[in-house]
Design a protein around this ligand. Structure first.
Ligand SMILES: *Cc1c(COP(=O)(O)O)cnc(C)c1O
Length: 442
């Protein structure tokens, strides 16, 4: 099959026209930076609707979606049960400013499968969840420093914006202007998968570190799984030093199994943050943990945190409808099998094309690093050839496959993806890699 045959020439006149108008009033034409496709070039997408594993842009092009709203859409777009729940709740009222039984129901669905979350607080974004968890850890320990890992992303609160992954990695922003130096100085960065560095930072700042925050599987520098003993080691070091371990499961929660990744990886954080999947595609996030810690949050304790639309019924209904479907037997196994098929196929295609690359994968998460050697931390990830990734991204998009518009993000499968989709993706990868090795970059 020639590349010309597999390549679909996408028409994007209307998308371009909308995006150009958007650039006049929306900063960069977007509501979140990576959507502008700055690091991969090409035309940013303007999407009109989604259905299952597909997105449809403003010109009517169908795209096979491996972004899935950055992992939130684990059941595919416009999932019927979620859509019905949202529509039904919209007719009953969308926000009351007081407790509803729906919050109890979503909390129960979560705590039943993550038993070490005894109490939970709903917020509206992952950023709020991590920011609040750090405030709580500082409030409990009466200490100011926090430890995070280079290349991990915990949302855009001031304390997390140094050497962060996701859009900051994509745009090459190491330190963010606007974050007071006095605050940035309280965030200590260490390499992922490096327990010795964690020990060192604790001995250098004895009795001053409130918490370590970590993604149990790093997924915002591309996918980087934890090495054996890393997470368990963090738990041991934090406790020995009177600090708390915050496990940020905004991506991994309900992504690798029906529950936390922590259980899979043999670790238990003191505080856990959730987001993305638990909202069924509507803004919901949460933080929680043992009652002994969560009872420090207002109104039970003095650590203040609030939200006008937090726990609103529309969002709760979407989350409930999503989580109820995640109990389906084999759902996660099938996604993992599909991801394996994709990973093995891609490795073979990359090898055939003679292009150096390493694929990291776990469950339904994966990243193709165009890197000279395997990737176990942010320094390794940054060795990737981002121009090569950009070319691959554009070639795939031209063949109707939407991958993350950045080398430093994960590809996400959903339960809506099929074996036929994977095989189509591999055929597109074959054509894309062939084009990359035979035709000069456009
Ligand atoms: C997406 C993400 C966040 C931030 O969530 P938002 O809802 O975008 O604020 C925090 N932590 C991790 C691990 C994430 O992937």
């Amino acid at each position: 099959m020639s590349t010309a045959q597999t390549q679909v020439k996408r028409e994007h006149r209307r998308s371009r026209e909308i995006f150009e108008r958007a650039e006049q009033v929306l900063v960069g034409g977007v509501s979140s930076p990576v959507r502008a496709f700055r690091s991969v070039g090409g035309e940013p997408l303007v999407i009109e609707r989604g259905s299952g594993q597909y997105l449809y842009d403003a010109d009517g092009n169908e795209l096979l979606d491996f972004v899935c709203s950055w992992g939130a859409i684990i059941l595919g777009h416009a999932n019927p049960a979620i859509a019905e729940a949202i529509a039904d709740q919209a007719r009953r009222g969308t926000s009351f400013g007081v407790t509803t039984e729906l919050e109890l129901e979503l909390a129960t669905l979560i705590t039943r499968v993550i038993p070490f979350i005894e109490k939970i607080r709903f917020v509206s974004s992952g950023t709020e969840a991590t920011m609040s968890a750090v405030r709580l850890a500082r409030g409990i320990t009466k200490r100011d420093f926090i430890v995070k890992f280079e290349g991990c992303y915990h949302g855009h609160a001031d304390s997390f914006l140094s050497h962060a992954g996701s859009g900051l990695a994509t745009l090459g922003i190491a330190e963010c202007p606007g974050v007071p130096q006095a605050l940035a100085g309280l965030t200590l960065n260490v390499p992922f998968n490096d327990l010795r560095a964690v020990e060192q930072v604790f001995s250098r700042h004895k009795d001053k570190i409130a918490a370590v925050i970590v993604e149990p599987v790093a997924a915002n520098m591309g996918v980087v799984p934890p090495e054996t003993g890393f997470l368990k080691g963090l738990q041991e070091i934090t406790h020995r030093n009177g600090a708390l371990l915050i496990v940020d499961e905004v991506i991994t929660g309900f992504r690798l199994r029906n529950g936390s990744a922590q259980e899979l990886l043999g670790v238990e954080g003191d505080l856990t943050t959730l987001g993305k999947i638990i909202g069924g595609g509507v803004p919901v996030a949460a933080y929680g943990g043992r009652a002994e810690w969560m009872n420090h949050v207002a109104p039970l304790g003095p650590v203040y945190q609030a939200g006008t639309l937090a726990g609103n019924p529309l969002a709760m209904r979407a989350g409930i409808a999503a989580l109820k479907q995640l109990t389906k037997p084999d759902l996660y196994d099938e996604m993992t099998q599909m991801a394996r098929r994709l990973v093995f196929g891609l490795r073979a295609e990359l090898k055939d094309a003679g292009i150096p690359a390493h694929i990291n994968a776990i469950g339904s998460l994966l990243t193709i690093f165009f890197a000279p050697r395997s990737v176990r931390n942010y320094a390794d990830a940054k060795r990737s050839d981002t121009r090569r990734y950009a070319r691959f991204f554009r070639e795939m998009l031209n063949r109707g496959i939407f991958l993350a518009p950045s080398q430093f993000e994960a590809a996400f499968l959903s339960a809506a993806h099929t074996t036929a989709d994977i095989d189509r993706t591999l055929a597109a990868a074959h054509g894309s890699l062939q084009a990359m090795t035979t035709e000069p970059a456009a």
